[in-house]
Design a protein around this ligand. Structure first.
Ligand SMILES: Cc1cc2nc3c(=O)[nH]c(=O)nc-3n(C[C@H](O)[C@H](O)[C@H](O)COP(=O)(O)O)c2cc1C
Length: 188
């Protein structure tokens, strides 16, 4: 069974990104994978110490383990001032290097109040992933107009975005299976 880590890319209380990330995880689990939600509100304060790059705070290890043990990563990022949140960059910078990104697949999902659905931060994350020799799943989901665009359960309210998510979930799992050389259950 494929194992995922879904990162909610901000630590803001009341974040819509976290709500969407929970829904995305639910969708992947409903499609037959198992997953862990990586909630950046759990980042320990010591992650900000100047020594954290050389000596990761022990409290960070469960989050690091979730990343390292996953077959595939999903990053759900909001747009903050035209980029992805600093706390997400800090988390990535504290992960084991280079093995946390190199040869690791990632699916990128954006959410923003504005009309572009966090396209800028998603593309910046893709750039980071390419630079560090990771595998970016080519399909992205951009959830725009987040204030009215997200239901209470975290599902996008827009019918086209829902259809897109319906396709993205099995397609990403198939992408992961191809990368791992697992047989495709459809081709039994
Ligand atoms: C610090 C900060 C900066 C933001 N900058 C942008 C922005 O540049 N463009 C945009 O469309 N929305 C911006 N937003 C609004 C977020 O897109 C909105 O809050 C959305 O719900 C996703 O973020 P959330 O997970 O914090 O809720 C910003 C929000 C915060 C807290």
């Amino acid at each position: 069974m494929l194992k995922l880590a879904v990162i909610a890319g901000t630590n803001r209380e009341g974040s819509r990104t976290l709500r969407l990330a929970r829904h995305v995880l639910y969708r992947f689990e409903a499609a037959g994978s198992v997953g862990t939600l990586v909630d950046l509100r759990e980042l320990p304060p010591d992650a900000l110490l100047s020594t954290a790059y050389d000596q990761r705070p022990p409290e960070l290890e469960p989050m690091v383990d979730a990343i390292m043990e996953a077959d595939g990563l999903v990053v759900v990022t909001p747009e903050y001032n035209g980029g992805f949140p600093g706390v997400l960059k800090l988390f990535i910078d504290l992960l084991p290097h280079p093995e946390s990104v190199r040869d690791r697949p990632v699916c990128l999902i954006g959410i923003s109040k504005g009309r572009w659905g966090a396209m800028r931060p998603v593309e910046h994350l893709a750039q980071l992933w390419h630079y560090r020799n990771g595998f970016v799943f080519p399909e992205r989901l951009f959830v725009h107009d987040a204030l009215e665009g997200l239901a209470d359960d975290g599902a996008p309210t827009d019918a086209r975005q829902l259809r897109h998510l319906d396709a993205l979930v099995p397609n990403y799992l198939a992408f992961l299976r191809r990368l791992r050389g697992y047989p495709d259950p459809e081709e039994g």
